[in-house]
Every structure is written in C-alpha cells, then in structure tokens.
Design a protein around this ligand. Structure first.
Ligand code: B16
Ligand code: MG
Length: 216
C-alpha cells in the first residue's frame, strides 16, 4: 500500500473543539457589536488565532489597532482555554478513535498537524498524546494553514515521502495546505467542498475502508 502514515488535523477531526472556538469568538464578537454567525465561523477553521480575528473584524464598523487586536486575541484564548476544561477522553470523536485503533493494529504511523497553539493541552485532556509518532502544532510553524508548512514539517519529521502521507482535514484551508505539501488528503465536513481533496468521507473513521481498499 502507498500510504505509510496518516496525519490528523486536531480541531474538528479528532474532537469538536471547533464548537468551543465558535462560542469563544461569538462572545468576543457580541461584546464588540460585530455580526458573527456560524457561517462566518466556517472561514476560521484551520487558520491562526490572529487571522481568525482579522476575518471577524472585516464586519466591524471601525479599524482596530495592533494592540487592540492582540488584547482581543488573548481574551478569546482565555475564554477558549476555560472551555477546554469540559473535554475529556469521552470527547474523542468515535470515527477518529476507530481510525487510530486501526492504524495501531496495522503499524501505520500517526501524526497530528494542527494550527492550534493549544494542541498539547487538548491531547493531554483527551489522554492520547502518547499515541502519535509526530506532533506538529501552531508553536512549530511560522505560517498557518493554508500554507503547506504544517503538513510539510509533519511528513519530514515522520521521515517519509510526502506523497505517502494521508492528511485528514475538516477545513478547506487544511486541504489546500496538504495539497501544497504534496500529501494526499481526506476531506470531511466543510472541507468536502474543496476541489483539491483526493478522498472524502463522513468522519475520520471512513479512512478505514479507504485504506483497506488501497491495501488490496
Ligand atoms: P489556537 P486545527 C485550528 O486548529 C482551528 O481550526 C482554528 O479555528 C484556530 O484558530 C487555530 O487552530 C488556532 O488555534 O487559538 O488554539 O492557537 O484545525 O488546525 O487543529
Ligand atoms: Mg480543523
């Protein structure tokens, strides 16, 4: 089989921290009187904290100074980190759990490629930090998705040709990033609308039949 490793996005693939991000940004937008709905939130998937804020501020009635932006991003992160106290091992997406178990049984390598600077905290809370061969997060990269850096670095740290790594993503920005890195991609949720995807499914568990098929 051509696929030697699977690189998982975290937020929206391994667990539903996307909902906690949404509620934290909604609190910031409401306090600033800026319109912000779930459809606006789709554009924040996979992109950095500061870039997310800039997207939200597109609908603001005024401009914000760099200091104001920094303060709002920090405030959002405090609300978000508070929200993370609600997650535990039961918060792991069942499809992702199925995929991780399958990969362990087959000896296929597993990695995380996330834009989040809170990745380690989240993996600790989920109790799965030790399950991954490689973890690349928002602290390791200079350019967030859709830039290829995160998946390029993950494939390099796995020591594999990029084309032998399958990226599982819920964000259009994440599929663009995987494509730019020369990795194969598996799109779920919002990412399915991205024409650059290689494969798609309902959740991360659907990589199991794909790998079975490709392995035949
Ligand atoms: P943080 P992923 C991304 O995680 C989220 O999808 C995105 O909404 C968030 O802005 C970004 O992490 C940064 O997160 O504020 O915790 O550093 O999808 O790449 O796992
Ligand atoms: Mg995501």
């Amino acid at each position: 089989m051509g696929i030697k490793a699977v690189i998982f996005d975290l937020d929206g693939v391994i667990c539903s921290t996307d909902e906690i991000h949404y509620r934290a940004w909604k609190a910031i937008a409401d306090a600033e009187g800026i319109p912000f709905e779930r459809e606006d939130n789709e554009r924040l998937r996979g992109v950095s904290r500061l870039r997310s804020l800039e997207i939200i501020l597109e609908k603001a009635g005024r401009t914000y100074s760099p200091e104001e932006k920094e303060a709002l991003a920090e405030k959002k992160n405090r609300i978000y980190v508070d929200g993370l106290s609600a997650i535990d091992p039961s918060s792991i997406d069942p499809g992702a759990r199925k995929a991780l178990d399958y990969l362990r049984e087959r000896g296929i390598k597993k990695a995380i490629g996330s834009s989040s600077k809170n990745t380690m905290r989240i993996l600790e809370r989920l109790g799965i930090r030790g399950e991954f061969d490689v973890i690349v997060d928002g602290n390791d990269i200079r350019r967030s998705k859709p830039d290829p850096e995160v998946f390029s670095l993950a494939a390099d740290r796995l020591g594999l040709p990029h084309g032998e790594c399958l990226v599982v993503e819920d964000a259009v920005a994440g599929i663009e990033s995987a494509h730019g890195a020369g990795c194969l991609s598996f799109a779920i949720k919002d990412a399915r609308k991205c024409p650059l995807k290689d494969y798609e499914g309902e959740d991360a568990g659907d990589i199991v039949p794909l790998l079975e098929r490709l392995g035949r």
